[in-house]
Design a protein around this ligand. Structure first.
Ligand code: NAD
Length: 295
């Protein structure tokens, strides 16, 4: 069993760290939020006062942070965790961030004599709690092989997507589809309401017809049909609208940089921009149905 440092134990990182504990690993945790740390300590994790403390004296470090800026701040520089860790430590960054930062961190890790993979996830907080996440893993084959037994304690589907940064590439493409499909499902439910269709009837039909998708069957944006969806919990995240907006910015930046035409991705980004700057600042991304209903 490994000794693991886990940095960023929020909505996703918290339950992921608990699954590492359940698998028998020993886990040290650090987060800026004392409450998030306390939840892990109650289940057997050791609290650390700093990120560098969490990254020292362990064989593996897992990070689950909001954005590329956080990853840079935590990993790089004299005060970063790459400088503090023991030689040969394996770093697994599960945050969803831009490809360029992922590649920069991997290069810095290699220069410091470490191993690193970018391993963003799909599956949401439900998948994090159930240990059924999908990991999209970018890095060398050797680093992927080292990461596999750790990732298998937190997920079921672990895919090597290529070299450093390719995990992030797969993730931002997936989430562009997710943002577009959530808006599509939400628009269809609002139209169905206006046409006099019950939510459950609409769900029963579409979930077995060609409009079926994850945004409908696992994360239905209206209350009722999928009891675990945030719509039944006052649209509390879940996967926040802010994080969806972040990911749509990442896919648009990549599309512009690499010359891909993503008109629907751009439209989805603009709609989430409106939602986050209005009622959706603290809401789950499926709450966009409420903005669409009001427009
Ligand atoms: P979150 O805000 O709940 O958790 C992030 C945690 O990082 C917070 O607890 C925060 O205090 C901590 N943090 C920030 N800066 C830190 C620092 N310098 N040192 C230590 N801790 C720090 O967010 P989340 O929902 O857990 O998302 C984390 C990442 O996972 C994001 O990149 C997100 O896009 C991605 N993701 C989220 C979901 C989801 O459904 N929530 C699904 C897939 C991927």
């Amino acid at each position: 069993m490994a000794r693991i440092g886990f940095i960023g134990v929020g909505n996703m990182g918290g339950p992921m760290a608990l699954n590492l504990l359940k698998a028998g690993h020993s886990v040290k945790v650090f987060d800026l939020s004392a409450d998030a740390v306390a939840l892990c300590v109650a289940e057997g994790a050791e609290a650390c006062a700093t990120a560098t403390e969490a990254a020292s004296g362990v064989g593996v470090v897992v990070t689950m942070l909001p954005k590329g800026d956080h990853v840079r701040a935590v990993y790089l520089g004299d005060a970063g965790i790459l400088a503090a860790a023991d030689a040969d430590t394996l770093f697994i960054d599960c945050s969803t961030i831009d490809v360029a930062t992922a590649r920069e961190a991997a290069t810095a890790a290699s220069a410091a004599g470490m191993h690193m993979v970018d391993a963003p996830v799909s599956g949401g907080v439900g998948g994090a709690a159930a240990g059924s996440l999908t990991f999209m893993v970018g890095g060398t084959s050797a680093a992927f092989t080292m990461a596999q037994p750790i990732l298998s304690a937190m997920g079921q589907n672990i895919v090597h997507t290529g070299g450093a940064g390719n995990g992030q590439a797969a993730k931002i493409c997936n989430n562009m589809i997710l943002g577009i499909s959530m808006i599509g499902v939400s628009e269809a439910f609002v139209l169905a309401e206006k046409l006099g269709l019950e939510h459950q009837t609409m769900f029963d039909i579409v979930s077995t017809a060609s409009g079926q998708c994850w945004s409908l069957t696992s994360y239905c944006p209206v209350p009722g049909p999928v009891p675990t969806s945030p719509a039944n919990n006052d649209y509390k995240p879940g996967f926040s609208a802010q994080n969806m907006l972040k990911d749509l910015h990442l896919s648009q930046e990549a599309a512009e940089g690499f010359g891909a035409s993503t008109a629907l991705g751009k439209a989805a980004m603009d709609l989430y921009e409106n939602y986050v700057s209005g009622d959706g600042e603290a809401a789950d991304f499926s709450g966009i149905v409420n903005m669409i209903r009001k427009s």
